[in-house]
Design a binder for this molecule. Structure first.
Ligand code: ADP
Ligand code: GN1
Ligand code: MG
Length: 369
């Protein structure tokens, strides 16, 4: 059965009023299959198939999500916010369960649609990106008391860059899709930087950087903004909330938003690191999160941007060499284009490493004074 037909057949299992819902593909995430479920007079909903390629224990994804959303709702209420607009809310099945498993073994869940909200694939204004920074900074604070060791690792070694490098090297050796030859330049550009892959994980091993509850997938389109005010509303896509480094969350947001082009722009002459966007995000993030962060964590933020750009580009290239089994793609070279785009961004970022650190120091100085 087509995924859309499966989605339609599942709606009546959930504990929602009314009938006659229409179901349509929605959003542009790379991982889950997402559908908008709507009917006149009723709140709209989001129905998702949790990606079986990415998440091998969707039951654990749901358990994390229920714990984390409950904590977020409580924190939002405490600071006088509206938890129905500012946090995801899982809709249970009529049986009371949080998700349903279909015959083919895939897991589906429903959340309420966050109404009157928009998301961006590229910030068109530093103010928008500063808002995203505030949202992820608040997210870190809202979950700062959540016990990280009670969370399941939904994707083991998700931001373990040396492990990602090992997977990349294995994909090159196996060359299952016979694509290595055509991707030689990209492979070389990633391999030449392999010596830096352990710079963050080494600091974890030495006890220099603490593991916190982090989001781990802080793309700009995983923050919804209020359509009227353009203020950040809700952090979504909680599947990878796990113990991690704040450098990962800061870094992934920078990778995706502090650039002059989309992640899959083919014309590499358009791809540049944007220091103004970086500064805007850093200011928003630190305005919220600086009070809870240690000196070493603050100093690790620019390296986080380098590391996650390197790692994500390498993951795209690994998927390309493996025959595109993980990320959604729209055409055969899509993952290679993304990998070339990310290494171009990284090379430009490398020219700005000192300025990136200075922005953190200047912003922290202002936050503390
Ligand atoms: P993926 O892992 O595939 O990125 P997401 O959970 O981020 O999956 O969902 C994909 C897209 O669907 C999001 O980028 C967002 O546009 C939209 N979306 C998901 N959940 C909601 C929600 N509850 N309300 C509004 N939009 C949502
Ligand atoms: C995926 O799920 P989505 O589309 O928000 C991926 C991220 C990558 C990103 C690259 C679970 O994010 O790690 O950085 O694509 N999520 C997962 O665009 O692998
Ligand atoms: Mg997403």
């Amino acid at each position: 059965m087509e995924l859309l037909d499966t989605a339609r057949s599942l709606v009546s299992l959930f504990d929602i009023p009314g009938a006659d819902y229409t179901v349509a593909p929605f959003g542009n995430g790379h991982i889950n299959d997402t559908f908008l479920v709507s009917a006149p007079q009723h709140p709209s909903l989001i129905l998702q198939r949790i990606s079986p390629a990415a998440f091998h224990r969707p039951d654990q994804v749901m358990e994390n999500m229920l714990g984390v959303t409950a904590c977020l709702r409580a924190s939002i209420l405490r600071r006088g916010g509206d938890p129905d607009r500012e946090a995801l809310h899982v809709v249970p099945l009529k049986t009371g369960e949080s998700c349903t498993v279909t015959e083919d073994g895939s897991t589906w869940r429903m959340t309420y649609l966050i109404r009157d909200a928009i998301s961006y694939d590229l910030p068109d204004d530093p103010a928008v990106f500063m808002e995203a920074g505030r949202a992820f900074g608040r997210f870190a604070c809202d979950l700062s008391a959540y016990p990280a060791d009670t969370l399941y690792e939904t994707i083991p070694h998700f931001h373990d860059t040396p492990a990602r490098l090992a997977a990349f090297q294995e994909a090159i050796e196996k060359d299952v899709a016979h694509r290595c030859q055509g991707a030689r330049d990209a492979i070389d550009a990633y391999m030449v930087r392999a010596g830096r892959a352990g710079e963050l994980t080494d600091q974890i091993d030495q006890g220099l950087l603490p593991l916190r509850v982090t989001h781990n997938d802080t793309k700009l389109n995983n923050v919804l903004m209020d359509a009227a005010t353009h203020k950040a509303l809700c952090v979504i896509d909680l599947d990878t909330v796990m113990p991690g480094l704040v450098a990962y969350d800061f870094g992934d947001a920078i990778r995706f938003g502090a650039t002059t082009a989309l992640e899959d722009e083919k014309d590499l002459s358009k791809v540049h690191f944007s220091l103004p966007m970086y500064t805007a995000f850093a200011q928003g993030y630190l305005h919220e999160a600086a009070p809870i962060l240690e000196e070493e964590e603050l100093a690790s933020l620019p390296l986080g941007a380098w590391m996650i750009t390197y790692e994500c580009g390498m993951r795209f290239l690994t998927d390309y060499l493996s025959g595109d089994t993980y990320f959604h793609t729209a055409y055969p070279e899509h993952n290679l284009v993304r990998a070339m785009n990310q290494i171009t961004l990284l090379a430009d970022m490398e020219k700005h490493e000192e300025e990136m650190m200075q922005v953190i120091l200047d912003t922290c100085g202002k936050e503390k004074s």
